[in-house]
Design a protein around this ligand. Sequence first.
Ligand SMILES: *Cc1c(COP(=O)(O)O)cnc(C)c1O
Length: 362
Amino acid sequence: MKQWPAWLPLRQNLQELSPYGAPQLPAEAVMNTNENPYPPSPALAKAIADRISEVALNLNRYPDRDATVLRSKLAQFINGLSGTECNLNNIWAANGSNEIIQSLFMAFGGGAALGFTPSYSMHPLIAKVTQVQWINGKRRDDFSLDVDSAIAQIQREKPHLTFITTPNNPTGSSVTIGEIEKIAKATSGLLIIDEAYAEFSDEESAVTLIKRYPHVVVIRTMSKAFAFAGVRLGYLVADSAVIDAMFLVRLPYHLSALTQAAAEVALDFKDELLGTVAQLRTDRDRVAAQLTDLGLTVIPSASNFLLFSGFAMPSEQLWRAMLDRGVLIRDVGLLGYLRVTIGNEAENTKFISTLSACLGEK
Ligand SMILES: *Cc1c(COP(=O)(O)O)cnc(C)c1O
């Protein structure tokens, strides 16, 4: 634990924290943060650059504070994917879904927040920073979610916010829309469905539940399947009352004119940007089979990453051995497990051959 100087009036609850940090290290194959490995086409890059040059002529002015064009386009995008009837009053946009999560805590964190761990590590971390009490909910030993147990835990703890990540990070497993509806029916408070990886899954999106269950709110992002992590654009799909509350906690002009412009152009290129999802799903299944062939155990994944176990050495040691050979994967802090993001063909091949070498199989 870091020793902070005595003169620094750092909040008590922050003194024991470490900054979020997937290591950003140079490696031949970077497979640790669940990004889409395929960059935008030159045509898309040019369209963004053209749009940004237009917008740049107005950078003396603040951006549209309410991001109305972008939110309308996001509503159309979601309606196209899920057959819903959302409009901009059902959408909030921010600098990554992490900012969305922070805003939810700021608006609704008067009571506790509950999530079923292991899950996305930023949920409890942002709770801590915003001084919201966090409760670690339980999963089965195989990390799947026991819905009846989840309902009992929610009814016992009565959280203001309950998080369900599906497909779940770091395990890759998903819960069905029927299971989410069952939880929604049996619980109050906000039920927050983090769908960062939804595009990789066959499950119907929980956005289809919002009309009947207004306490269901769905977080989405352009950072993963949408292949646009560098722009930092996350969004919330929810009942308009939830969106109204977001206006209370947002910082003025939180979304820069450049971000809004780039994200709007990206939505015009959605077919290109989501065009690699099918490929990544096929490659995920192939890499999973190859891991099994190496004698490892893989949790069935509906996302673009795999959590695997079954190696003899400590996770930390295997992680380091892989990095020393140019492959950066993720130690998610689960004893005996490591996580790999599906990369392009060369990266996947390098991953498997390097892992095979590290395990001493060859
Ligand atoms: C990556 C990830 C996010 C964060 O996304 P940003 O939009 O890049 O902030 C949110 N939730 C989960 C579960 C993730 O894995």
